[in-house]
Design a binder for this molecule. Sequence first.
Ligand SMILES: Cc1ncc(COP(=O)(O)O)c(C=O)c1O
Length: 390
Amino acid sequence: MPKFSTDSIHGHDYYDEQIGAFKVPLYLSAIFEHPDRRTGEARKSDRGFEQKYSREENPTVRAFERVLAKLEKGSEALAFNSGMGTIATVYLSALASGDTIIISKESYGTTQDLALNLSKFGVKTILAGPETDDLVAKIDRRVSLVLVETITNPLVRVVDVKEVARRCREVGTRLIVDNTFATPLLYRPLEVGGWLSIHSVTKYISGHNDMVGGVLALNDSMDLVDLWEFRRRLGSIMSPFEAFLALRGVSTLKVRFETQSKSAMAIAEFLHEHPKVESVYYPGLEDSPYHKTARKLFSAELYGGVLSFKVKGGKSAATQLLKEVKVIKPSPSLGGTESLLTYPLTSASKTMSPAVRKELGIGENLLRLSVGLEDVEDLKDDLAQTLKRT
Ligand SMILES: Cc1ncc(COP(=O)(O)O)c(C=O)c1O
């Protein structure tokens, strides 16, 4: 069995015999010959869907999907024009009027917000958790879908996905795991019986803050057809150019993620000791309440490249930090080459109700840091200089 990095580079199995090319070309063509004039039949992609129009199936997108399916240990994958495009397609494909979906209380705000807006179509959304015990307790036979994040946004709690998957299997409900923060290097939800593993490809998978995309991996061929049809109807497929960038990005995922995780650990330790920092949230720290679960779940001894922290001095100190960091850039995303400092109150958690934010501890002095690939000493220095001035 090829190992992770080998699959991330060669997993598309592309080779053009005629010209001897190994790299996947960018097929910008929207149209393909239909029917195939040599055979008179519909041309099919490698997995048997008609290959006639790029809103449905595209060879560059297919190559990226093949890599992601291998990394997530799924039989198939579908790529989308954003993480939210993925989630929207899944909701519309899998939910019907009268259904109930449980979403972890701490998860990307728009994931919750979109589900809550489906109430107008008769879908009920329950926010549960974010602790594993509470999620497990709320899952019963009346629930059609469950969505959790392996590592939550923004307080990087680690959900015991194995336990949640076990409970979902017990009651016969389907589990979607947003694996964006963990990546398949740390965890592969399909291996414990998750129905779908999904990503905002915008983040670690593409890794360079230069594209927006999403993907899902799965093992069920019937559900693949259903999800593929909904992607076709909604027009939510990834564009060929984004797929080209995603393919290039994912080939270096392991080395990027390892470096980012190690740097995040060093920065978490540095902030943990800093007198102007009230608290640090990072599952790699031994005193984190999620350290044990992270060690149990994650195969590599890595804990991801995102950490959060609360600064002393409330909102004004947090705002000052955002304004004054130099190497680190203030921006709402994560997982790329640039280190990004985010204010969850006005970004990832903006759409949550104030009561939920309060319950979770997403306050005015909370900042989230996505550690990039800059020299870690420069990042620590940037934080030290800026904190000195608060
Ligand atoms: C965990 C998580 N899931 C999904 C999304 C949505 O992805 P996108 O911005 O690519 O639509 C985000 C975006 O920040 C995210 O953090």
